[in-house]
Ligand binder design. Structure first.
Ligand SMILES: [Zn+2]
Length: 378
């Protein structure tokens, strides 16, 4: 019988490079199972640190201002550098995570749920980084890796309508990912659903390419029309994140593994969703008493999914990463003009002329409510 060896007691130096371990993996039949996998680019298995990734445990995140009140009412100097504003309003403390493995047959097998969760998340984040790096848009290349806060002390998150449990999220204000404990949902945890991880990773790509360091200032300084644009960009962000989530999972129904089929269907990019006139000024849709970005977002996901089916995945992805720079420029110069027609026209202009007619046919269906404003379409 092979001897078991608890990792932390091995006198074998840091375990690094390609490491054989186990993770939760979605099979071709759609069922998630624990399977042997290889983790790449590991710097230290003992803290699950990667070449481009760090996990942090027990972090305390303190967000010391109220976004709805602007900088002056929060007692801040509105003209200060963004990095100074950030230092004033955001604090954190953190330590390393401590995964537990047993070495058996050359495979480091997770000994508890948290370790399996961390390893599975590591693998999906690494794949997302590879995916976006191949497109030359991985923000880690310039901004460095974002920390992954595992089960942070998250009381302050409720201020931002971020749940303190049952979630995995990119949190722009701290430029980090949050993995929160699952307490109510009983399906695949978000952090173990590769489509959800790609979705969240895209949020970082979007945040840094569209807003960058402008984000905090834009949020603090936005007047009402500017704030409506910020809400519309949330919707676009969610829709594109679902589009890239579906690509990462290789499954447009990836949300169903973690949430109800009913909710998953409302966001499935393979279904046709159409824009409602009431959503254009961002006064709706509303869920509870909060803006709900997902219904308008699903129109963008649906548009992108149909476009890739029509003209191919590569030109569709390229069109978005041209459009996002046009959007970023508009955020900088005149935030209030970032309307849904502006965004759709920017995406259409990202396609080569030959593909544009096919893409416009899709746009005129999904966004028929403002068809007359699709100036990029012939
Ligand atoms: Zn999202």
């Amino acid at each position: 019988m092979r001897a078991w060896c608890a990792l932390l007691f091995c006198a074998c130096g840091p375990i690094a490079g390609d490491v054989r371990t186990e993770a939760l993996v979605r099979g071709a039949d759609g069922v998630h199972r624990v399977e042997e996998v290889t983790l790449h680019r590991v710097k230290s298995l003992a803290t699950l640190e990667g070449e481009r990734m760090t996990f942090a445990a027990g972090a305390e995140l303190k967000i010391e201002f109220d976004l709805s009140r602007g900088c002056a009412l929060n007692g801040l100097d509105c003209d200060a550098k963004v990095s100074e504003l950030r230092a004033v309003v955001i604090g954190e403390r953190r330590t390393s995570v401590r995964p537990r493995f047993a070495l058996n047959g050359g495979v480091y097998r997770p000994l508890d749920f948290d370790t399996l969760n961390l390893v599975t998340a590591y693998r999906s984040i690494d794949e997302a980084q590879e995916f976006f790096a191949a497109l030359a848009v991985d923000p880690s290349a310039t901004a460095g890796p974002a920390p992954v806060y595992y089960y942070p002390n998250a009381d302050s998150l409720e201020k931002f309508n971020l749940s303190a449990t049952d979630n995995a999220a990119y949190f722009q204000l701290v430029d980090g990912f949050l993995v929160l404990p699952m307490e109510h949902l009983e399906k695949v945890p978000f952090s173990m659903n590769k489509g959800v991880v790609f979705h969240e990773y895209f949020h970082r790509v979007f945040a840094l390419r569209v807003f960058g360091e402008r984000a905090l200032r834009a949020f603090l300084a936005a007047d009402l029309p500017g704030f409506q644009s910020i809400l519309r960009l949330r919707a676009v962000n969610e829709g594109l994140a679902d589009f890239f989530g579906a690509i990462g999972a290789d499954d447009p129904d990836f949300i169903a593994a973690s949430l109800s089929q009913r909710v998953a269907d409302t966001r499935n990019p393979a279904f046709t969703h159409t824009m409602d006139a009431d959503w254009l000024d961002a006064s709706g849709p509303v869920s509870g008493d909060q803006y709900d970005p997902y219904p308008p977002g699903s129109c963008f996901a649906s548009f992108m999914w149909q476009a890739q089916a029509s003209v191919g995945r590569d030109p569709t992805i390229a069109a978005w990463f041209a459009a996002d720079q046009a959007i970023a420029a508009k955020v900088e110069t005149r935030l209030r003009d970032v309307t849904f027609p502006f965004v759709v026209n920017a995406i259409v202009l990202g396609f080569a002329g030959g593909d544009r007619a096919a893409v416009c046919g899709i746009a005129k269906n999904v966004f028929s409510v403002f068809e007359s404003e699709l100036s990029a379409c012939p």
